[in-house]
Structure formats: structure tokens, C-alpha cells
Design a protein around this ligand. Structure first.
Ligand SMILES: *Cc1c(COP(=O)(O)O)cnc(C)c1O
Length: 357
């Protein structure tokens, strides 16, 4: 089976071999306070920075999921309130979680075909602006230029970017945000249960000045421990090990970005020319390169999914309000060019059947 589901998604084919390796080397039973674990932590942090081209001054820590990052951010980085700017289901979910923890939390909802006008954004008193860099539910992404402008307009607020379905897939404008995070079951091509958080010096300063230590996942504690390559509790050692092993064999993010963009373009042009589907995003400037959604009638959606399945291809369902009317295709690094071509062949040969009544 080839899966184009945008999360959990295809894992790198080397994963079983790395799991066996971890087992044989005793990593699965390793003491997380041991020098061996600390060495893995040190190395994986270095690899994330090197392969993803993270600025030297930023730091890398771990949590268990993107959802956990939502809570960590409200708990450990927000003193007054956060302002959430979103256009889809994941951004909205984040806002709802944040509101549970900080009731004053605000939101701005924008149209998925447009970018919010930065001059119109009022962020008074918000100490953090929350954005979804790549909205997995509707296949939109925030362009680097827009993010840089936001950074410039609000130099005193922290900016947090959910990049769960873009980190490790596309090159990120790191300096345009202070907190970036992603769980690893999307572009990292790994099994779920681990998230990577990338933090600017300003984010660390804010954690230190708030001094929040009332939660097991206090970011201040996570950061302090990480300075000694340690964690606050027994972490997902296998996940961290798999992250290390897969990153060792990865091309640099600029190469990955080029490869994904190239096949996105091929696939996208093909979709534009198919008469039985319609793109849901028509503004190229906001189209995601890693998650490509399209619309079709419910009958065509059923036929596509069923016939694809017969050929060993899994196409992703829609998500949130788009669940039944759209399909989504992941363009993640663990998917090979050959697999994308097989998918394109399937679409080229597909002819919707007329329904008999
Ligand atoms: C998948 C996803 C999440 C949720 O990730 P979990 O690991 O399940 O917490 C959050 N945000 C975005 C944009 C996602 O794509």
C-alpha cells in the first residue's frame, strides 16, 4: 500500500531496520539519564539544526505532539493573551485549546483564498501571535514574505507558527517566528508520538521571565533540562532515535524543498486539467506545497478512493468542514517520485462511472 494520507503518513522504509538496530543496541531500554541518551539528544539537536538550516541562536526541544505544544505555549509563554489568526480547522482547534487556558485569547479568521491584511491586525496587549504556517485541513500555507512582514509589524510580540505539516518538507523562514513546532508523523516521515519545537532566544527569555513551573510540561523545565541534554520525564527514546537515524540520511532542506516543489508543480498542473475534480484553492500565492486538496462530487470521491485502494493507493480524506467534499494528497519527503508518478497515472486513467438509478 502507498499512502498519500497527510498524517499519519508514509514512514521512511528504513524505519523497521532502525527499530531493530535500536533494539539490538539496547536503545529501547536505555536509561534516559545516561550519557548514551545524552549523546543521542545532543546529536539529534545538532542534526535538526544542520539539516533543517535552523539559525544558530535557536534551540531545539521535544514534546509528544503538536497538540501538546498548543498547551505548552499558552501555559509557559503567554501572560496576557494570545491572538490566533487562522483560516482552517487546525488553527481553530489551537485557538480553542488556548481559550480554555487563557480566556482572554482572541482570534481573527480569514478567507482561505486570501492573506490577512497585516495593517488591519490589532494585536494590542497580545504577547503572542499564533499562526498556522501550513493549514493541513485545507491545503493553504502562509508565504515567507507575509510572515516577514508580520514579524516587522509586531516586533514586541512573540510569534508562534504551527508547522506540523511543513517543517522538514519546505524551507522555513525561521527568523520570522519565535516558536515553530511539528509532530513527526507528517513531513519527518516517522511514527507519531514525538514533536520537535524550535525556539528563538526571545521565546526562551519570555519563558524565563514568566517562570511558569506549574505543569509537568513547563517549557522552562523542558528548556533547563535540555541544556544538559536531558528531559523532564522519560521521553519517547525510540522516536528520538528514529529522528536521529532518518535525519542522518536526509538531504539538506533546500534540496528537499526543490524536490517537493518540482513534483508539486507536476501534480498541480495535472489536477488543474482534470475535468472530474476541482482545486479548492485557486490563489497560487496561498497554495500549500505539501498538502494538496481538491473537490469532487461525493460519488466521484467514493469511486476515486475505492478504485485507488484496489491499486494499493490510499488517498487522504478531507478534514473538518471539508471532510466529505474534498480529498487531500500529501506531498511529503518520505513519498518517492515514483509513487507520485504512480498516483498521477491512476488519475490520468480514471474515468468516473455514471451512476445508474
Ligand atoms: C496534524 C496536525 C496537528 C496535530 O498533530 P498531533 O501530533 O496529533 O497533535 C496540529 N496542527 C497541524 C497543522 C497538523 O497538521
Amino acid at each position: 500500500m502507498i499512502t498519500f494520507y497527510p498524517g499519519p503518513s508514509k514512514v521512511y522504509p528504513e524505519v523497521p531496520q532502525y527499530v531493530r538496530e535500536a533494539y539490538e543496541a539496547g536503545v529501547l531500554s536505555i536509561n534516559h539519564r545516561s550519557p548514551e541518551f545524552m549523546e543521542i539528544f545532543r546529536r539529534v539537536r545538532q542534526l535538526v539544526k544542520e539539516k533543517l538550516d535552523v539559525p544558530d541562536s535557536y534551540t531545539v526541544v521535544f514534546s509528544s505532539s503538536a497538540t501538546e505544544c498548543w498547551e505548552i505555549i499558552s501555559q509557559s509563554l503567554v501572560s496576557k493573551k494570545s491572538l490566533h489568526i487562522f483560516n482552517g480547522a487546525f488553527g481553530e482547534k489551537w485557538w480553542r485549546y488556548a481559550q480554555q487556558l487563557v480566556p482572554a485569547t482572541e482570534s481573527i479568521v480569514f478567507d482561505r483564498e486570501e492573506l490577512p491584511d497585516i495593517d488591519q491586525i490589532l494585536a494590542d496587549n497580545a504577547d503572542l501571535i499564533a499562526i498556522t504556517h501550513n493549514e493541513t485541513s485545507n491545503g493553504t500555507a502562509l508565504p515567507g514574505d507575509w510572515m516577514k512582514k508580520l514579524r516587522k509589524q509586531f516586533p514586541n510580540a512573540l510569534i508562534a507558527a504551527d508547522s506540523t505539516s511543513s517543517m522538514a518538507g519546505v524551507a522555513l523562514p525561521w527568523e520570522a517566528a519565535d516558536i515553530w513546532y511539528a509532530s513527526v508523523q507528517k513531513c519527518f516521515g516517522l511514527p507519531a508520538g514525538l514533536a520537535v519545537m524550535v525556539l528563538s532566544p526571545q521565546a526562551i527569555e519570555q519563558t524565563q521571565s514568566l517562570g511558569e513551573k506549574g505543569h509537568y510540561n513547563s517549557l522552562l523545565n523542558i528548556y533547563d533540562q535540555s541544556q544538559r541534554y536531558q528531559t523532564t520525564h522519560t521521553p519517547n527514546v525510540l522516536g528520538i532515535y528514529l529522528l536521529m537515524r532518518t535525519l542522518e540520511n536526509r538531504a539538506s532542506i533546500s534540496e528537499v524543498n526543490t524536490q517537493l516543489t518540482k513534483r508539486f508543480t507536476e501534480w498541480f498542473i495535472m489536477l488543474q486539467n482534470l475535468n472530474y475534480v476541482k482545486l479548492i484553492i485557486t490563489n497560487d500565492a496561498v497554495q500549500s506545497k505539501t498538502v494538496v486538496p481538491f473537490q469532487a462530487t461525493p460519488e466521484v470521491i467514493n469511486q476515486l478512493q475505492e478504485q485507488a485502494k484496489e491499486q494499493g493507493i490510499i488517498i487522504g480524506n478531507g478534514y473538518g468542514e471539508l471532510k466529505t467534499t474534498t480529498l487531500r494528497i500529501a506531498n511529503f519527503p518520505a513519498i518517492t517520485d515514483a509513487e507520485i508518478h504512480q498516483l498521477m497515472n491512476f488519475f490520468a486513467n480514471f474515468a468516473p462511472e455514471k451512476l445508474s438509478h
